[in-house]
Design a protein around this ligand. Sequence first.
Ligand code: KIV
Ligand code: NA
Length: 266
Amino acid sequence: MARVRLHHLQAAKNEGRKFAMLTAYDTMMAGIFDSCGIEVLLVGDSAANTVMGYSSTLPITMEEMVVFAKSVTSGARRALVVCDLPFGSYEVSPEQAVASAVKLMKEGGVHAVKLEGGQYFVPHVRALVAAGVPVMAHIGFTPQSEHALGGYRVQGRGEAGQGLVADARALEAAGAFAVLMEMVPTEAALLVDESLSVPTVGIGAGGATTGQVLVWQDMLGLGSGKSARFVKKYADLRTVVAGAVSAYHSEVLDGSFPATEHGFGQ
Ligand code: KIV
Ligand code: NA
């Protein structure tokens, strides 16, 4: 299968087709998702939560993102791999953004980066695109700005929907190949999608976007907590894993594992 490229995502938008995006942080899950035909894998800074156990995405570093990026790109043969620029790795200047993105592409092997923020980041996006780095913009609820936004809240309600459109248009004009929207009203996402030529991606943004994205541990039911409204649980991996691990545990304790066939003969 040929690699998914930006023009395939653009064709989906042009032709009214959808594509699916899913987070990945390690080679085995990336390989499974890739073989299922998921078009875009996101090395999300959500690894800070899902893999590292932090309560926000703020602490994850460039060095850590490079490790996750390498792991995912080694497992993905067909998917386009997008990697988040972590908090603190791009805000200072367009130069800082380019240096960080280059590191993720050279060392992590990713094909594109994603950054959070609106019109303020137009110069950063321009510089990245000029350097040959494809950029996905992330607007609406932006978890790296959790404290500035006052927590996890829907963005772009009412009049603020026009602000989303203005941000999205500016980022598109700066060269972003796609605009991702998180936790925005369905109507606002539709408005943004209709205002852009490039594809949109949504998480908690309704069904009008070209693409959808979810965090894999959420959609496969690996987490223990209550999940957000926008998550659909397609499996209950937590129960599957706990059942198998408990069976292993009791078989080791009662001596039924290992059986004869798990051992070597003379
Ligand atoms: O890091 C992440 O998982 C993300 C998605 C939720 C869009 O940015
Ligand atoms: Na992210």
